[in-house]
Design a protein around this ligand. Structure first.
Ligand code: SF4
Length: 217
């Protein structure tokens, strides 16, 4: 532990090295967070089977301090989106993401979660979960192996190490805005685009109305 935390700029006398560590607040804060990430327990499709394998003894992600997969978003700080993201499911995914407390992270596991995968452009599938929630790490593959998922944890830990308590969004003065829950209609809609869609529909309706008034040729 001392090796990970010690700040090399300060020399500690040899006789005190087993008792004293000089470090920065960022380093100890990030070390604590990166070593105790709790993932949320949910899976969407075949990729989830690989995620479950990653938790078993052969691979064992408790080596990363992820002892417990939490059944509640309120106790989790990592969402592993493991599987195909359908239009019917995305409102629930966004709602769960909003319910997770900061700091929170997202891993898009597999081709489906990253970009739609083999179902891209399908009538019922969204082309990547990152169209709705921010993704920190993408894992390629269909399905990715447990080793690939383990690697994504290491990448996420490196990302956490780079964060500074001075700049992280959850300590900023501005309150964090929840992401609007997408609305499932004939097609899925992001409420933030509501005005734009309304304007587009109005223009179309006016155009059709104007054309119907033209004298027939
Ligand atoms: S990426 Fe492949 S394995 Fe994963 S959910 Fe999609 S189809 Fe299934």
């Amino acid at each position: 532990m001392n090796d990970q935390l010690n700040n090399p700029e300060y020399e500690i006398p040899p006789e005190m090295q087993s008792q004293v560590t000089i470090t920065t607040l960022d380093k100890i804060y990030n070390w604590g967070r990166k070593s105790s990430i709790w993932p949320m327990m949910f899976g969407l499709a075949c990729c989830a089977i690989e995620m479950i394998c990653t938790a078993t003894s052969r691979f064992d992600f408790s080596r990363f301090g992820m002892e417990i997969m939490r059944p509640s978003p309120r106790q989790a700080d990592l969402m592993i989106v493991a599987g195909t993201v359908t239009k019917k499911m995305i409102p629930q995914i966004v709602r769960l993401y909003n319910q997770m407390p900061e700091p929170k992270y997202v891993i898009a596991m597999g081709a489906c979660a990253s970009g739609g995968g083999p179902f891209k452009e399908g009538y019922n599938v969204v082309s990547g979960v990152d169209e709705y929630i921010p993704v920190d790490v993408y894992v390629p593959g269909c399905p990715p192996t447990p080793q690939a998922l383990l690697n994504s944890f290491i990448v996420l830990q490196k990302k956490i190490e780079q964060q500074s308590i001075k700049h992280v969004r959850w300590y900023s003065k501005e309150p964090d805005q929840a992401i609007p829950i997408p609305i499932l209609g004939p097609d899925i809609m992001d409420p933030r685009q509501y005005d734009e869609i309304k304007r587009y529909v109005q223009e179309k309706q006016e155009k059709v109305a104007a054309e119907s008034l033209l004298p027939e040729a």
